[in-house]
Design a protein around this ligand. Structure first.
Ligand SMILES: [Zn+2]
Length: 268
């Protein structure tokens, strides 16, 4: 059977089978935001963020499409100017002939998305979605199997996610058996996690006041970094697209931006 080149819209439809747009939070902006939906795709680059270096990587690969987790546009903008941060990214993408698709909080909530993948990575068995007050199902809670001490979990998180440092609140000798998981900025979910029977929350970013309140409530939070907790999904995105390509006879090449780095560095 002859191989075909899908359009950007074909790729978006396939990605929505995995992470339907309806799963996204109300303020979010998943989907295609840049380019021509009808454009034929031969090469796709997958990345976490849309930075100038991501766009540059996509251009170097000769890609027509960039698939990312974080969207390029969330807040409305009133101009697209070369000397503004977002404006320059938009201009660089369009001038490079690169369309952009992002799967954001819909992929956090999706089955086998960001948080199911983290659950799998840390041996959390039967991760169940927990609905928040906005009706979103981003948080997961499951059984850490086998249960382990917080200090062991911290070491494991640091190693598996390649973190330079891991922030936490709680007692290192506490045994964690029900672990809540939320990649990215999930620190404010600690209370919901506690109410639903978790004894620790693994997330990316934790704000001071959430840590302060959690400590007084005897609840542990592990903050492994926004970038670090979400990066594993990029490889999964590429795997998903390759599976779809095989199933649909698509003639595409999929790359991941392997040298993508967190914008936050640590000075020791
Ligand atoms: Zn994020």
């Amino acid at each position: 059977m002859e191989e075909i080149n899908p359009s950007v819209k074909d790729i978006l439809d396939a990605l929505y089978e995995w992470a339907p747009a309806e799963l996204a939070l109300s303020w979010d902006n998943p989907g295609q935001t840049i380019g021509d939906p009808g454009r034929q795709v031969k090469k796709i680059c997958c990345a976490l963020d849309i930075s100038l270096s991501t766009i540059d990587f996509a251009k170097t690969q000769g890609a027509q499409l960039l698939v990312t987790h974080h969207p390029i546009l969330i807040s409305p903008i009133k101009s697209v100017l070369e000397d503004a941060v977002v404006g320059k990214r938009i201009i660089e993408s369009i001038s490079g002939g690169i369309s952009i698709i992002s799967l954001h909080t819909n992929l956090d909530a999706a089955k086998d998305g960001v948080n199911d993948l983290l659950s799998e990575l840390f041996d959390v068995k039967g991760p169940a979605p927990v609905e928040d007050s906005d009706g979103a199902n981003i948080l997961r809670i499951g059984q850490l199997d086998p249960p382990r001490r917080l200090d062991q979990l911290l070491a494991e998180v640091k190693e598996k996610l390649g973190c330079q440092a891991v922030f936490y609140t709680g007692k290192q000798d506490q045994v964690v058996s029900r672990l809540a998981i939320c990649g990215g900025s999930g620190g404010s979910y600690w209370q919901l996690a506690k109410e639903n029977g978790a004894d620790c929350l693994l997330t990316g970013e934790v704000r001071h006041h959430d840590a302060l309140d959690a400590r007084d409530a005897g609840f542990s939070i592990v903050g492994a970094g926004h970038f670090e907790t979400e990066l594993p999904i990029v490889k999964r995105m590429a795997e998903f697209l390759n599976e779809k390509a095989a199933g649909n006879n698509w003639d595409i090449e999929v790359y991941t931006f392997s040298s993508e780095a967190s914008p936050i560095e640590i000075f020791y």
